[in-house]
Design a protein around this ligand. Structure first.
Ligand SMILES: Nc1ncnc2c1ncn2[C@@H]1O[C@H](COP(=O)(O)OP(=O)(O)OP(=O)(O)O)[C@@H](O)[C@H]1O
Length: 655
């Protein structure tokens, strides 16, 4: 008996072959070792025969290659059998999907299939555990957007994700409102819109206005609450719309409309009361009707303090002035009194504006200042029916939250409508609002958290030549290139004047504003630092040219080439005279309507996507085109910049 026969005859080996395993005892025996050697020798022998062209000893007629030789036919289809019938399909095995040259198979088919078709197939097949798991994986694949690839942005985890379903629901509402005339605003308010938007031939509401104005006017049904009897407090709304989308008018128009209606109702009521009094007097026969019929003045009656009907809270004095200017432009046509007050105003100015004898309808203020005024004059918030919190993400963050909530609590007894608006909804704000105002109606425009495609983003690698890590040099050089670009573009004969360029440079740290502005000035650029301690007059003057409130004297025809770059008398240094630059921090990025800004330079890579949105939002406002330039230096997050750029290119939200 040969060794193999002996092994086969062994009952232990019989069991092994049945179980498909290898008996551990046998592994150690010399017999088993001999079998292994024998088998290896046969394989070698076979391989040698095949190489020399001879038949295999083991399987002389075998058409399949040995397992030890790599097959070169994996890509070829299986041959038909001798009788011409196509080869039978192999049943699916664990590794049957390997070695394929085409992406065919169940996954591929599923990706091609439409949703409905997939549902049909599911209905036909009984749901097995395996298939359900596969479907779940497939569904995850389809529902996750390409923003899943934004790993660096996800790390920042600052913005709340708004479902696209909610955005598309709003789209339908936006399409319904195609003109201001279609909105049930009072005639005087309709006329005032022309004063607020004087440069426009056709005035159509922006998506933010189309969605917010009807809601604030009470034209939309309030969503049903689970327990309507429990619902207390004012109607609350959150308008989340991209930067430069006209949020200021979106809340101002309905607020003014409500004030005018209340005023009209009050007047009617006063007239009715006066008529009733006159009738009572006439009916009173005991009354004297001689010269002594004069009412005694009530000496105890306190002078009525400022009791506005609406409060608008904004985070900075610059925004107080800006919103105040819009309110003033509206007040020419429909008469109302707005009092913009900020810490930059003197105590006398504040007192005159708030407590004047004609009263005040709207107060525009920062929360800390109003909270301190309300502490000494609690009546100031006694009649407020509308409370607007502009830039809500700032006003509910750590620094402003205590004063904002204090005003909110004081105003709540008389409050009818609470309106928050913001261009970004951070997670902390979403969480806070969900807890505090569970019934709040959220009005979200379709492009929220996305930087519009009309804003292009360029990247300057400061680590490369010629800057070698010198960011200030890179910044100055970029500004010079922007300033000179128009001079190159304009015809040499100077037919077109060089428009003055306004460039905003954003830094992360306040101390850097002065340093960078100083360096730029040395390089012949008209630059100014803008922070809380800047002289208010200088600040207001500089901002006016950026917000379009001041008309800049453009150079005359024929001076184009000469004007863009000037040399001083000695010719040693050059001045870029057609460009104005403001170097600022986040202070300049919140709400300021810098309509005339075409270029924004991000000197530092912003810390969060929120900062990216607000800073780049200073350009490309209200359908205009703009350009952002990020300086990526040593230690800056180039990966974040790349992802922001990708998202901007695809028009996706930065989350
Ligand atoms: N319906 C409209 N048509 C054309 N321009 C408009 C319209 N509404 C507002 N604007 C203009 O759009 C510009 C931006 O408006 P606004 O400052 O209210 O934007 P915003 O949404 O508050 O921006 P941010 O989020 O940066 O504060 C303003 O110059 C304003 O005059």
């Amino acid at each position: 008996m040969g060794l193999r026969q002996a092994a086969r005859a062994c009952p232990f080996c019989e069991v092994r072959s049945l179980l498909g395993g290898r008996p551990p005892q046998l592994q150690q025996t010399r017999l088993y070792a001999q079998i292994q050697r024998d088998r290896a020798a046969r394989f070698d022998d076979d391989a040698a025969r095949r190489r020399s062209g001879g038949p295999s000893r083991r399987r002389p007629d075998a058409s399949r290659p040995s397992r030890m030789v790599l097959s070169d036919t994996v890509a070829r289809p299986a041959r038909p059998s001798a009788d011409g019938t196509p080869p039978k399909k192999k049943t699916r095995e664990p590794f049957s999907h390997l070695n394929r040259t085409k992406a065919t198979g169940i996954m591929h088919k599923r990706l091609d299939m439409g949703q409905d078709q997939r549902q049909d197939t599911q209905r036909r097949q009984p749901p097995t555990t395996e298939r359900r798991e596969g479907d779940r994986r497939f569904d995850r694949r389809r529902t996750t957007s390409s923003s899943d690839s934004f790993h660096a942005l996800k790390m920042q985890k600052s913005l709340h994700e708004i479902p696209y379903k909610l955005r598309s629901a709003i789209k339908a509402k936006v399409e319904e409102v195609d003109s201001f005339e279609g909105l049930p605003l009072m005639d005087s308010v309709q006329k005032a819109i022309k004063d607020a938007l004087p440069d426009l031939e056709y005035r159509t509401p922006t998506p933010a206005q189309a969605v917010a104005i009807p809601a604030l006017l009470g034209l939309q049904k309030q969503p049903r609450t689970r327990n309507p009897t429990k619902k207390t407090g004012p109607e609350s709304y959150l308008l989340a719309a991209e930067t430069g989308s006209g949020k200021t008018l979106a809340y101002l128009l309905p607020v003014i409309d409500a004030i005018k209606r209340e005023e009209a109702a009050d007047k009617e009521e006063a007239e009715r009361t006066a008529a009733d009094d006159a009738a009572t007097k006439a009916a009173d026969h005991t009354r004297r009707d001689d010269i002594f019929d004069v009412e005694e003045p009530d000496l105890n009656k306190a002078v009525d303090p400022a009791r506005p009907r609406a409060i608008i809270l904004v985070p900075s004095a610059e925004l107080v002035a800006q919103v105040g200017a819009v309110a003033k432009s509206l007040s020419h046509e429909c008469k109302f009194r707005a009092a913009p007050i900020s810490a930059k105003n003197s105590a006398t100015v504040i007192r005159n504006r708030l407590f004047n004898e004609n009263g005040v309808d709207i107060v525009i203020c920062t929360p800390p200042l109003l909270a301190s005024i309300a502490e000494s004059n609690p009546n100031i918030l006694a009649r407020v029916t509308h409370l607007i919190v502009d830039e809500a993400d700032s006003l509910f963050d750590r620094s402003f939250k205590p004063s904002t909530t204090e005003i909110l609590d004081r105003a709540t007894p008389s409050l009818k409508k609470l309106f928050l608006c913001s261009a970004t909804i951070p997670k902390y704000l979403d969480k806070y609002l969900a807890e505090k105002f569970p019934d709040m109606q959220r009005l979200v425009t379709p492009n929220l958290h996305a930087i519009p495609r009309r804003v292009a983003l360029g990247v300057v690698d400061v680590n490369k030549e010629p800057y070698r890590g010198n960011k200030m040099l890179a910044c100055a050089d970029t500004i010079w290139q922007i300033g000179k670009a128009t001079a190159d573009y304009d015809p040499a004969d100077g037919k077109e004047a060089v428009p003055t360029k306004r460039i905003l440079v954003f830094v992360n740290e306040r101390d850097d504003t002065d340093k960078v502005a100083e360096y730029l000035s040395k390089k012949g650029i008209d630059a100014m630092a803008f922070h809380r301690d800047t002289d208010p007059n200088r600040q207001a003057k500089a901002l006016a040219s950026f917000t379009g409130t001041e008309k800049i004297k453009e150079p005359k025809d024929g001076e184009a080439q000469k004007e863009a770059v000037k040399s001083n008398a000695s010719g040693t240094s050059r001045q870029l005279s057609n460009t104005k630059v403001i170097v600022t921090t986040d202070l300049g990025s919140r709400g300021i309507d810098t309509v005339s800004v075409r270029h924004v330079i991000l000197y530092d890579v912003p810390h969060t996507t929120i900062d990216f949105i607000h800073r780049l939002g200073r350009t490309g406002r209200m359908g205009r085109r703009g350009r952002g330039i990020v300086l990526v230096g040593p230690g800056d997050r180039a990966d974040v910049v790349k992802e922001v750029r990708d998202a901007m290119f695809r028009g996706e939200a930065l989350i």
